[in-house]
Design a protein around this ligand. Structure first.
Ligand code: HEC
Length: 125
């Protein structure tokens, strides 16, 4: 029995270790938020994809700042938008106003690329 408990704890530790910490080189505070390293609840990539390309739970957000303007994007991130299971959850409880500015700063990286620009989205493949 003690053996089993021991290996279970080791497994739990290993899982925790894997979850903590961003990949080396990821230092942009906005990027750390986007990928959920600051607050797991506010992990944008979970719904909008690692490349902002969108996915099952959220639309593409490439170029969203340019398209909607920074004020709208700020309001959407803070208060959410939409209905039901297609709703963007508001993040005002998860992120401070300055963290929201940081993640907007990161989104601007995608301002000049659109979903159809597959050379950018699939640049690593
Ligand atoms: C649980 C899934 C989910 C998470 C997590 C999430 N979003 Fe969204 N987001 C959505 C959905 C769904 C919409 C579309 C809402 C609608 O149709 O009105 C959306 C819309 C948006 C839009 C507007 C896109 C457009 O072109 O109209 C922006 C900007 C945005 N999200 C940014 C973020 C940021 C930044 C984060 C992280 C802080 C985030 N989202 C986290 C689901 C999510």
């Amino acid at each position: 029995m003690p053996m089993r408990i021991g290996s279970f704890s080791l497994l739990a530790l290993w899982l925790l270790a894997c979850e903590s910490g961003p990949p080396p080189g990821m230092t942009d505070p906005g990027e750390l938020i986007y990928f959920g390293y600051v607050n797991k609840q506010a992990q944008c990539s979970r719904c909008h994809g690692d490349e902002g390309q969108g996915g099952m739970f959220g639309p593409q957000i490439r170029g969203a700042v340019k398209k909607l303007g920074v004020d709208s994007v700020r309001a959407i991130i803070a208060h959410g938008r939409g209905e039901g299971d297609k709703r963007m959850p508001g993040m005002a409880k998860e992120l401070t106003p300055s963290q929201i500015e940081q993640v907007i700063g990161f989104l601007r990286r995608w301002d000049n690329t659109s979903s159809v620009d597959s050379s950018v989205i699939y640049k690593d493949h």
